[in-house]
Design a protein around this ligand. Structure first.
Ligand SMILES: [Zn+2]
Length: 128
């Protein structure tokens, strides 16, 4: 993976790094960890299998849809969910199947939301 340190990429300070066609742009003050490299390597694998263009196209479409759905658009994107779920597994890419990101398109958050909501209710009851 090619890593380029730049003050101007990504253009918005909100993101510390961006992977463009397998080239990883990072702000100078960002610590490049093994986990971060693994996360971006997962994106590179996704890009390759999607012939790059379709990766960005689907990424953008899904981001826009998630925005309308009032999700946390960025964190709900299938590509991101796969990368975040496996960024600590440094052998993930060795065993990863093609198009593994597809299974992360399913909305699993309902279960997570219910669990969280239940816990909050439970906590409220305990405080009374
Ligand atoms: Zn990512």
């Amino acid at each position: 993976m090619i890593i380029v340190r730049s003050r101007y990429m990504p253009p918005m300070r909100r993101y510390a790094a961006i992977n463009l066609f397998g080239v990883f742009f990072v702000h100078p003050d960002v610590r490049v960890t093994k986990t971060l490299i693994n996360h971006e390597s997962i994106h590179t694998a996704q890009m390759r299998e999607m012939a790059y263009v379709f990766f960005y196209l689907i990424y953008l479409i899904e981001w826009l849809l998630r925005l309308v759905m009032k999700d946390n658009a960025y964190m709900s994107i299938g590509f991101e969910r796969e990368a975040y779920a496996n960024e600590h597994n440094f052998h993930y890419l060795e065993k990863r199947k093609h198009y593994a990101w597809v299974k992360y398109l399913k909305k699993k958050k309902k279960k997570e939301y219910k669990k969280k909501h239940k816990r909050k209710k439970h906590d409220k009851t305990r405080n009374r």
